[in-house]
Design a protein around this ligand. Structure first.
Ligand code: HEM
Length: 265
């Protein structure tokens, strides 16, 4: 639960990660791998983007994922892969979305398989620097660009990190590539709390950085049942997000509408 009782804030929020906990396998494994297969069949160019500079690191990532699954998730099958890009083969083995960044003069996204994007478009990010990838994010340039780039430069293969990112969306779909954002009305039952568990690690041979995104979606109404403080903390977080963030996330006016609906309920 990434909500902060103190209100909304922009932060790197990185925490150390054991490699045994790098990949998360849960009861949705079968359905999410099936959804990936369908998306790779029907929308390959939306969910995959690669450049030759990312090929070697993608092969290393595939080998690392196989080894990690064998060591820590022995129930998961690791069949030999088809003749396809290694980042796609790797992605078929895990629920995570996978991104590979390689440094030349700066860090750039060179290979990615992102089947569960949260309203952004992969094709516009391939080859881009960290700063350019995050151009639409309010406050990133001033507050996060410098520490994020410095973190990438210092990251060593023997250490891994994770962070959480959350948003509130009006759809539970895992695959949401459309950039368009709107602020619909509605009751708590119309909203979904979407949490991304993101990990970062450097690969030992190529020194490329792997960024994984594991997406969890739960209906806001379910979270209210599980936790008495969820709704008040959520509303406080929405209230305290700057207007630019509310607009970027599609939250403008949402807290007010939720309050009206909750009062009427
Ligand atoms: C320490 C590393 C990183 C930090 C602190 C960070 C931080 C953030 C933040 C705060 C957002 C705004 C999202 C939201 O609040 O809902 C964001 C969005 C995003 N991040 Fe990162 N990020 C990091 C690494 C990466 C990497 C390695 C990638 C590589 C693909 C990436 C790709 C994105 C994308 C595609 C978005 C959505 C941008 C859009 O709306 O067009 N991030 N990131």
């Amino acid at each position: 639960m990434p909500l902060d009782a103190g209100g909304w804030r922009l932060a790197m929020g990185l925490r150390p990660l054991e490699l045994a906990a790098w990949l998360e396998i849960d009861e949705h494994y079968g359905e999410e791998i099936a959804l990936k297969t369908q998306l790779l069949d029907e929308s390959y160019d939306v969910v995959v983007a690669t450049e030759p500079e990312g090929d070697e690191a993608s092969l290393e990532l595939l080998a690392e994922i196989r080894e990690n699954l064998r060591a820590h998730h022995w129930g998961v099958a690791t069949p030999p892969h088809e003749r396809e890009h290694a980042i796609v083969a790797a992605s078929r083995l895990v629920q995570e979305d996978l991104c590979v960044l390689v440094r030349d003069d700066v860090w750039r996204l060179r290979a990615a398989c992102v089947c569960f994007p949260s309203r952004w478009n992969l094709a516009t990010k391939i080859g881009a620097t960290l700063d350019d990838i995050h151009r639409p994010v309010p406050g990133y340039d001033d507050e996060l660009a410098r520490p994020t780039n410095a973190f990438f430069d210092r990251l060593k293969p023997d250490r891994a990190f994770w962070r959480l990112n959350w948003t509130l969306l009006d759809s539970p779909a895992l695959y949401q590539p459309a950039v368009a954002r709107r602020s619909p009305g509605g009751k708590l039952e119309d909203w979904y709390f979407r949490v991304e568990r993101q990990t970062l690690r450097a690969l030992p041979r190529t020194n490329a950085v792997v960024f994984t995104i594991r997406t969890h979606v739960t209906s806001a109404a379910t979270l209210r049942e599980r936790d008495d403080t969820f709704v008040s903390t959520l509303l406080h977080s929405l209230d305290t997000a700057p207007a630019s963030v509310q607009s970027y996330k599609g939250w403008t006016g949402v807290a007010e509408q939720l309050r009206v609906a909750l009062d009427q309920g």
